[in-house]
Design a protein around this ligand. Structure first.
Ligand code: AMP
Ligand code: ZN
Length: 468
């Protein structure tokens, strides 16, 4: 089965072909560690987690690099406002970031290089650019990239370079498309930088944001690698500048596939502090939502579509998860003999449409439809008393398989309570009696269960047995 992705560079769907046999090398722009990451950031990291897990599901070995931007305009500004050293200031947010990744069950990348640990590599790369005439030191002491020397500049963001003004410079890390300019590779120290600076052939200063990613990507993944991702806001200038730096220095293509996710919005609006709709992951946890439910919501929309985050969606996710875990408990309690043939076709159909959906540019709604379809079919079989325990095992196994990518259902957690078979059998008989409106038998069995130290809870599509 093939994997297809929408490559931003060509603006079309393309079949994925790795450079090295069965291995995918990918670079994902990581957090700027000047605050707790917000749910918009996690939309991007969740899309990358889905991508990474999909590659693994398709049998690839993944080498993923996610950088930590621990020196840039924002980290310096805010560490000074907090009266802390840059290292201590960013250190607390690095730690928080890794905790948040765990909350969301994000599969860790192979490398999380921090910018401040790679200043030497950045200086080396800037030197190559200067030697080749792409970098020049300006009167302000900073080193800039000469975009007029790189005719392909603008190929990712599709900028028409004909009418751009040559020689205009921009020192800040972020700027808009309509202010295309020579950007900073090395920023000469000024007093706003305080004690944050490194020695370089161009005097003391610090790297620009874009060179950080070029240098670290090259170090861990090579001069040309398979895939580079980020949120859509990263496409310009950040990724455009990365291409310009890396391709000029190395004389070869930088990245084969560029993937960008659309933004997360909240209740239909742009998330912003001033609008009062700005949430970190921790804010959502404080409201009582589980990492699993937040993961579900963040995965819920196709990565190239805007994701509208609402707390109603989080409530719905919690309810859906509860339904699934009830289903797993019900499946575990099935005790009908049989060879499992009744489940084979539906399990296989679900598995292949799930995989086909993921391979089709991570079509999440189709993948979810396969999961819901299986849930529906299985409930029908159980209601008709036609699912054998062997069939139920195969269904549970399929949910474990879905979870290699979704990491949502936690089948083993849901069915881990060690319920004796006799108790499960009694609970199942009670459930059947109740379904057949034989309430006297159902009540008697509930009492028996109670005497044995168990309680049984009814749900729309099953039951759950718990110790008293
Ligand atoms: P930053 O820490 O600002 O460099 O952002 C880290 C990642 O989060 C980048 O890939 C951004 O493109 C992404 N990002 C930032 N805001 C949003 C948002 N509202 N929705 C989706 N992704 C975002
Ligand atoms: Zn980056």
């Amino acid at each position: 089965m093939t994997l297809k992705f929408f490559n931003t560079l060509d603006r079309k769907l393309e079949e994925f072909k790795p450079l090295h046999n069965n291995e995918v090398r990918m670079y994902t722009c990581g957090p700027t560690v000047y605050n707790f990451a917000h749910i918009g950031n996690f939309r991007a990291y969740m899309f990358e987690d889905l991508l990474r897990r999909t590659f693994k599901y398709f049998g690839y070995k993944v080498t993923q690099v996610m950088n930590l931007t621990d020196v840039d305009d924002k980290t310096i500004r805010d560490s000074q406002a907090a009266g802390m050293s840059l290292e201590n200031f960013t250190g607390q947010y690095k730690q928080a970031f890794f905790e948040d990744l765990e909350t969301l069950n994000i599969d860790p990348a192979e490398f999380y290089p921090a910018a401040t640990d790679h200043i030497a590599e950045m200086i080396e790369l800037i030197q190559v650019l200067v030697d080749k005439g792409y970098g020049y030191q300006a009167e302000d002491g900073s080193v800039y990239y000469r975009i007029s020397k790189f005719p392909e500049y603008g190929k990712l963001a599709k900028i028409d370079m004909e009418n751009q003004r040559a020689g205009v410079r921009v020192k800040t890390d972020e700027y808009a498309k309509d202010s295309v300019a020579d950007f900073a590779l090395w920023k000469a120290w000024d007093q706003n930088d305080g004690d944050v600076c490194w020695e370089s052939p161009w005097g003391k200063g610090r790297p620009g944001w874009h060179i950080e990613c070029s240098a670290m990507a090259m170090k861990y993944l090579g001069k040309t690698f398979d895939m580079h991702t980020g949120g859509i806001d990263n496409m310009f200038p950040h990724h455009e500048d990365e291409i310009a730096q890396s391709e000029a220095a190395n004389g070869c293509r930088y990245v084969n596939y560029w993937l960008h996710c659309a933004h997360l919005i909240v209740n239909g609006d742009k998330m912003s502090k001033s609008a009062g709709n700005f949430y970190t992951l921790r804010d959502c946890e404080k409201k009582g939502y589980s990492g699993q439910a937040l993961r579900w919501v963040l995965l819920g929309a196709h990565y190239r579509k805007k994701l509208n985050f609402t707390f109603e969606a989080c409530d719905q996710a919690e309810a859906a998860l509860k339904k699934f875990s009830d289903l797993f408990v019900r499946l575990k309690s099935v005790s009908i003999e049989g060879n499992g043939a009744e489940a084979e076709t539906i399990v296989q159909a679900a598995r292949s449409s799930f995989k086909a959906a993921l391979g089709d540019d991570l079509n999440i709604s189709e993948a979810l439809a396969a999961v819901y379809g299986l849930q529906h079919e299985v409930n029908k079989l159980m209601d008709a008393g036609k699912l054998s325990s062997k069939g139920a095992q195969a269904v549970l196994e399929q949910f474990r398989d879905f979870d290699r990518v979704f990491a949502l259902f936690n089948v083993d957690e849901a069915v881990k309570e060690d319920i004796p078979d006799a108790i499960l059998e009694m609970a199942r008989k009670r459930f059947d009696a109740r379904k057949n409106k034989d309430f006297a038998t159902a009540d008697a069995m509930r009492d028996q269960l109670k005497e044995a130290g168990w309680t049984v809870e009814d749900a729309a599509d099953g039951f759950r047995v718990k110790p008293l």
